[in-house]
Write a protein that binds this ligand. Structure first.
Ligand code: ARG
Length: 450
């Protein structure tokens, strides 16, 4: 079986070692939809530019339809010589029609693969954005159903100040909003057509790059053929978006792991989203949250791997660029699996609001409010901090109950003691109950606006 370049090579140049290393069909066959879409646009353009006849175009388009349905039906016979999806599709089209020999006119696999990857990236971003949006919906719903629940907010994983539970859930929702915006931004830079760049320097044939770009729904056309075939920024950028999204998901996962532990007891996971132990009958494990956390390592690894592959490359296409695929596919697949599982875990979890309230109403968590109460009376904050700190010190060393100490303190008294446990922090974006409805509304509008 001849290769796409047999003319240049003497005889049978097949080499199993090279093929085992270089063939990408095993993973790039999933690009068949994009590859065929790119070829359809290309052959229509070739006919429009009088580089092939209308009949040849029709024959090739028909063959492409057939190839697509064969692959979809699982009846497509991949050949042992099909190095990648581009080779396989062209080979089969040429078997189906002699006009197939013209499909690669004015095109190289270098611009072809860049088209496929950009189309894939674009639709992957759209699908993932929908998933993130769905997770934001889970956060919104959790905020709404948490009603008047309060929970300690933590710094250094030590109880800090009480906030509404809704404020907590929306904190993750806003972080996810930045992911949505970052993905939209990455999509914009991915959505540029490289088709027509050829192998590296364009072509002497009268092709129409605007026509193919328009048919494929690209926003614009490449400016420089060398850049067009050598650029994988859009992959690296998408991998970064997915890695950072993963980092956010991982932090949510870590909260779930902690909150569902007996020590916290804030959440009870639904049985469908937890697993048991093969040995310890009492166990109920937060596997989803743990896997979200664990798989984020791969997302970061895929980004790092591609950046390292890119850093030493000379300009233009180099085969190293083939390494973009497994990284992108793996990150897309990983994210696509973890988001729905995480959303389901949150949607179905029982919120143990009494337990959260008990923790949130620990009187010591009002220490800052008490200091600010003194500030309102004219005491410099640093002095106020010291006064309250001394009462905390007395209380934790067993010299009395904190509320009683406040009530009997010459600086405070009954009025001050009454603010303990109330939620006074109503400054902009803070977690007091009076702010929650507004925040929920703003968040709802923000994610609806997308
Ligand atoms: N399978 C190749 C890739 O993924 C397609 C481009 C091959 N180009 C070439 N000049 N060998 O990058």
């Amino acid at each position: 079986m001849p290769t796409l370049w047999s003319g240049r090579f003497g005889g049978d140049e097949s080499n199993d070692l090279l093929r085992a290393l270089g063939d990408s069909l095993e993973y790039d066959r999933r690009l068949y939809v994009e590859d065929i879409a790119g070829s359809r646009a290309h052959v229509r353009m070739l006919a429009g530019s009088d580089l092939i006849t209308t009949e040849e175009m029709a024959a090739i388009l028909q063959a492409l339809d057939r190839v697509e349905s064969e692959i979809e039906a699982g009846t497509f016979e991949f050949d042992s010589n099909d190095e990648d999806i581009h080779t396989a599709v062209e080979r089969r089209v040429t078997e189906l029609t002699p006009a197939g020999a013209k499909i690669h006119t004015g095109r190289s696999r270098n611009d072809q693969v860049a088209v496929d990857m950009r189309l894939f990236t674009r639709s992957a971003i759209d699908r993932i954005t929908d998933l993130v949006h769905r997770l934001q919906g889970a956060m919104l719903w959790a905020a709404e159903r948490s009603d008047s629940a309060v929970v300690p907010a933590y710094t250094h994983l030590q109880r800090a100040q009480p906030v509404t539970l809704g404020h907590y859930f929306l904190s993750h929702g806003w972080a996810l909003q930045r992911d949505v915006e970052r993905l939209a931004d990455a999509r914009h830079r991915a959505n540029v057509s490289p088709l027509g760049a050829g192998a590296i320097a364009g072509t002497s044939l009268p092709i129409d790059v605007e026509a193919t770009a328009a048919e494929l729904g690209f926003d614009s056309v490449f400016e420089n053929s060398i850049d067009a075939v050598g650029d994988r920024d859009f992959v690296a950028e998408s991998l970064f978006c997915l890695a950072l999204l993963g980092v956010h998901l991982s932090r949510i996962g870590e909260d779930i792991v902690l909150w569902s532990s007996s020590e916290f007891g804030y959440l009870t996971l639904d049985d469908r989203f937890s697993t048991g132990s093969s040995m310890m009958p009492q166990k109920k494990n937060p596997d989803v949250a743990e896997l979200v956390r664990g798989k984020t390592g791969r997302l970061i690894g895929n980004l790092t791997g591609l950046l390292v592959a890119l850093k030493g490359l000379p300009s233009g296409y180099n085969k190293d660029l083939q390494e973009d695929k497994e990284a992108l596919f793996d990150s897309v697949d990983t994210i696509s699996r973890i988001i729905p599982a995480l959303a389901g875990t949150i949607d179905t979890a029982t919120l143990n609001v009494d337990r959260m309230r008990d923790a949130a109403l620990d009187p010591l968590l009002s220490a800052t409010d008490l200091a600010e109460w003194l500030v309102k009376k004219g005491v410099p904050f640093r002095d106020a901090h010291g006064i309250v700190g001394a009462l905390v010190q007395q209380s934790v060393s067993g010299d009395g109950d904190f509320v009683d100490l406040v009530r009997s303190s010459p600086y405070f008294g009954a009025d001050a003691a009454n603010i303990i446990g109330s939620m006074l922090r109503d400054s902009h974006g803070s977690g007091s109950p009076v702010n929650l409805d507004t925040q929920i509304e703003r968040f709802r509008r923000t994610i609806g606006e997308r």
